[in-house]
Design a protein around this ligand. Structure first.
Ligand code: SAH
Ligand code: SF4
Ligand code: F3S
Length: 438
C-alpha cells in the first residue's frame, strides 16, 4: 500500500484541511506513513500568519527533499496559506516540489496527484474562490482523536484587520449550509465522536452571507443532534459576539464553559490602527456579559505585541486587560509585518526593538494567573472527557478546556467521567476518575 505523510502548520482551519486531505488519500487507497522517510506522498500544509511559520516551511521542505534520493518517484506537495500567497515563489526556491495548490483547490488533490505522478508539475493557485470548493465536504476526515472532531462551519474572513494575511489567503466569508453541517455532525457521532468543535476564522459571523440564519441558531441545531455531548467553537470575534449567542451558550447544556476571544491589544489607539472595530471598554463589556451568563467560564485570547506605533503606555493597557480578565490562557506573539497587508506600510518605531522584552514580561504575568487558576481546581470534582491513553494514564479535558491526567480504568476511554482533581500543575491538572456519568 502506498503511504502519505502530512505536515501541518498553522491554525484549526489547516488542521481540519489536513484531516480532509488524509480522507481523500485514504479514499485513493493510501495509508498513513509513520515517518516522512517512508512516504510516497509528502504534503506540507503551510501557514503564513507570521514570518516564522513561513521560514519553518522552507526548512521543512529542505529536509523532505532528501526523500527523492531513496524514492525518486515520491511526490512532494505544498498547500495552505503560504502556497496560496506565494506558491510560485516557493516553486522557484524549491524546484523539487511536484505539486502546489491553494486553499480553495484542496478537493482537486486526486487530479493534481495524478498529474504529478506523470512527472508534470501540478500547480493550481487561483485567486478567485473555486466555486466547487464544497466538494471537499463530502470526504470524511481522518483524525488522530477518536472522540473530538472539528467541523468547518464558515470559511474565509471579511474583517480587514490591518496586520492580517488571512483574508488574502482564505478569501471572503462563505458559510456552509446548516443541513450540510448537521449531516457531517451526524456522521461524526455515528463514528463515536462525543465533542464537536465548530471552526472558522470568525465563526460568530456565521450565516451573515445567507442573511436568514444566525450563529446561535446553528448552536441549537448542532445540540439537537442525538449523541452530541459537548460543543466548542473557535474563533469568535468580539465585534460579532452578541448577547443572543452568549445566552445560547449559557442555555445549551452541551456548550462548554470556555471561550477564546481574541483582543489583540488593550490600547484603543492601537485597536483602531488594527481596525478591530471595538474599544477596550466594549471588549470588556462582552467579557462582563459572558461572566454574568456563564459564571464559571474559562477564557483565552490572542495578543499582538509591538504593532507599528505601539508605545510602552499602549502596551501597559494590554497588561491591564490581561490582569483584569484573568484569562486561563493567552496566545501572545510579536507583531510580524505581512506582505500586502495595510500595516506592512506602517512605520515601525524604535519601540519595536523593545517588544520582545514586553512580550516575555506579558507571558510571565500570564503564567502566574494561569497557575493560580489551575490551583483553584485542587480538591474539586469536574467533568472530564477521556480522550486518550498515554504512558499508562488517561488524558482528557474538562469542559473549561483544561488538560487532565487521570488515574482510571482503560475502559473509560471515550466516556465523560467525574474526576476529583488532586494536583494542579502549571499547564495541566492531575486527578482520579470517580464514576462514569454518561
Ligand atoms: N480569526 C482569528 C485569528 C486569526 S490569526 C481572529 O480574528 O482572532 C491567529 C492570530 O495570529 C491572531 O489572532 C493574531 O493574534 C495573530 N496574528 C495575525 N497576524 C499577525 C501578525 N501580522 N503578526 C503577529 N501576529 C499576528
Ligand atoms: Fe485576521 Fe482579523 Fe479576520 Fe481574524 S478577524 S482572520 S485577525 S482579518
Ligand atoms: Fe495560518 Fe492560514 Fe490559519 S495563515 S493561521 S493557516 S488561516
Amino acid at each position: 500500500m502506498k503511504k502519505y505523510f502530512i505536515r501541518t502548520f498553522g491554525c484549526q482551519m489547516n488542521v481540519n484541511d489536513s484531516q480532509k486531505m488524509a480522507g481523500i488519500l485514504k479514499s485513493l487507497g493510501y495509508e498513513p506513513a509513520r515517518d516522512w522517510r517512508e512516504a510516497d506522498v509528502i504534503l506540507v500544509n503551510t501557514c503564513s500568519v507570521r514570518e516564522k511559520p513561513d521560514q519553518k516551511v522552507l526548512s521543512a521542505l529542505g529536509e523532505y527533499k532528501k526523500i527523492k534520493r531513496e524514492n525518486p518517484n515520491a511526490i512532494i506537495g505544498v498547500c495552505g496559506c503560504l502556497a496560496q500567497r506565494a506558491g510560485y515563489e516557493i516553486l522557484q526556491k524549491a524546484p523539487f516540489i511536484d505539486m502546489v495548490f491553494g486553499t480553495t483547490n484542496i478537493h482537486h488533490l486526486p487530479q493534481l496527484l495524478e498529474e504529478a505522478q506523470k512527472g508534470n508539475k501540478a500547480v493550481e493557485i487561483i485567486e478567485e474562490i473555486d466555486e466547487n470548493e464544497t466538494e471537499l465536504d463530502k470526504y470524511p476526515t481522518v483524525r488522530e482523536n477518536k472522540y473530538t472532531a472539528y467541523v468547518t462551519v464558515i470559511r474565509g474572513c471579511d474583517k480587514k484587520c490591518t496586520y492580517c494575511i488571512v483574508p488574502t489567503t482564505r478569501g471572503k466569508e462563505r458559510s456552509r449550509r446548516i443541513g450540510d453541517i448537521i449531516r457531517e455532525v451526524q456522521w461524526l457521532v455515528e463514528d463515536g465522536v462525543k465533542e464537536i468543535h465548530l471552526i472558522g476564522q470568525n465563526v460568530t459571523a456565521y450565516g451573515k452571507d445567507f442573511g436568514d440564519v444566525k450563529f446561535w441558531e446553528l448552536l441549537y441545531a448542532v445540540a439537537n443532534v442525538d449523541g452530541v455531548e459537548r460543543i466548542r467553537f473557535t474563533t469568535g470575534h468580539p465585534r460579532d459576539l452578541d448577547e443572543d449567542t452568549i445566552k445560547a451558550m449559557a442555555d445549551i447544556p452541551q456548550v462548554c464553559e470556555y471561550l477564546h476571544l481574541p483582543i489583540q491589544a488593550g490600547s484603543d489607539r492601537i485597536l483602531e490602527a488594527m481596525d478591530r472595530g471595538y474599544t477596550q471598554k466594549e471588549y470588556l463589556k462582552k467579557i462582563e456579559l459572558l461572566k454574568k451568563y456563564i459564571p464559571d467560564i474559562a477564557l483565552s485570547t490572542d495578543i499582538i505585541v509591538g504593532f507599528p506605533g505601539e508605545t510602552y503606555e499602549d502596551y501597559l493597557e494590554t497588561v491591564k486587560v490581561v490582569k483584569e480578565v484573568e484569562y486561563d490562557q493567552i496566545f501572545a506573539f510579536k507583531y510580524s509585518p505581512r506582505p500586502g497587508t495595510p500595516a506592512a506600510h506602517m512605520k515601525l518605531t524604535e519601540d519595536y526593538q523593545k517588544a520582545g522584552q514586553w512580550l516575555s514580561d506579558l507571558i510571565n504575568i500570564q503564567k502566574e494567573i494561569a497557575f493560580k487558576k489551575n490551583l483553584s481546581y485542587e480538591g474539586k470534582t469536574v467533568e472530564v472527557l477521556v480522550e486518550e491513553e498515554k504512558d499508562g494514564k488517561l488524558v482528557g479535558r474538562t469542559r473549561t478546556n483544561k488538560l487532565v491526567h487521570l488515574e482510571g480504568e482503560h475502559n473509560l476511554l471515550g466516556s465523560i467521567v467525574n474526576a476529583k482533581i488532586t494536583k494542579a500543575n502549571r499547564f495541566s491538572l492531575e486527578g482520579e476518575a470517580i464514576k462514569e456519568t454518561v
